[in-house]
Ligand binder design. Structure first.
Ligand SMILES: [Zn+2]
Length: 287
């Protein structure tokens, strides 16, 4: 799932390639992906792309006349930039393929929003103001923009396990499953630490870890082509998706805790005083 650094890189790529170009046509193949009907997709035809940015993990493509195509890529969604399309035939609505939305530009290039797999969670909104998108309106401050005081207040304000609170987009925008594992590893904190019991020193370390991990990831990602971003994301990881491999910091074995539809990874020596966390799925089986 793309998080703040990957969405920032996609926006940077669009600023480089698409800004200044005019839209020839916005085609919608998967009706369920486009969550809005007014303005209609035809409203962007002939309009120039004037900017691209993000709100947390939402990508925002801005057209002249205050029109925004806001996209949440969710788990399996992605943006593919095409230098050219194989033909000019519009996408068929209710097409079976992975392409959900296609934006054709006046130089023959453009981009597709795609979603792999059967879980259809990719969401696109064509709106006159990004705040009209419910998920955007509820976002907390951007994870990279929050100063230490704001950060501490947001985290302490939501009592719970640190992993869950860090990835709650209403607390802070932009951090998901992968970078929260990396941030907690960098901060030497357990994913199950309780937010309002963190000391001031731990909170300062956590804030610094958020900035360092995300800034490094943005630096590695921006300038990469969309197609190369996923590999780039994985290559920078120290614990996320590295179960059973040695921690690059201390050499201990990276461990995992599994949940119904996700998992987290951590290093016991770096994060939990050497003590493995209970894997609830496993302990239920043993009992
Ligand atoms: Zn370690």
């Amino acid at each position: 799932m793309p998080e703040l650094p990957e969405v920032e890189a996609l926006a940077a790529y669009l600023r480089d390639r698409a800004v200044g170009r005019r839209v020839q046509r916005l085609e919608v193949a998967a009706i369920s992906v486009l969550k809005t009907y007014d303005p209609p997709p035809s409203a962007v035809a002939g309009k120039e792309i004037v900017d691209a940015g993000r709100h947390g993990k939402f990508l925002d493509v801005v057209f002249e006349g205050d029109l925004h195509l806001v996209v949440h890529l969710s788990r399996a969604g992605w943006l593919h930039y095409r230098d050219a399309f194989p033909n000019s035939t519009p996408l068929k609505p209710a097409g079976k393929g992975p392409i959900a939305v296609r934006v054709r530009l006046d130089d023959g290039s453009g981009f597709d929003l795609t979603e792999a797999g059967t879980q259809k969670r990719l969401a696109a909104y064509l709106v006159t103001d990004p705040a009209l998108v419910p998920g955007v309106a509820k976002l907390g401050p951007d994870a990279l923009a929050a100063d230490e005081e704001t950060f501490a207040a947001r985290i302490r304000g939501r009592r719970g396990q640190l992993k869950g609170v860090l990835t709650d987009q209403e607390v802070l925008a932009g951090i998901g499953n992968a970078y929260s594992d990396e941030i907690l590893h960098a901060a030497h904190l357990s994913p199950f630490a309780i937010t309002n019991r963190l000391s001031d020193a731990q909170m300062a370390t956590l804030h610094e870890a958020v900035r360092t991990v995300l800034t490094d990831a943005v630096r590695r990602s921006v300038g990469q082509k969309a197609a190369e971003l996923k590999g780039e994301k994985r290559s920078g990881m120290k614990v996320h998706a590295r179960t059973g491999l040695p921690c690059p910091v201390c050499g201990d074995t990276v461990r995992e805790v599994s949940f119904a539809d996700s998992s987290l990874q951590y290093c016991p020596t770096c994060q939990t005083g050497g003590k493995p966390l209970a894997d609830r799925r496993l302990s239920r089986l043993v009992r």
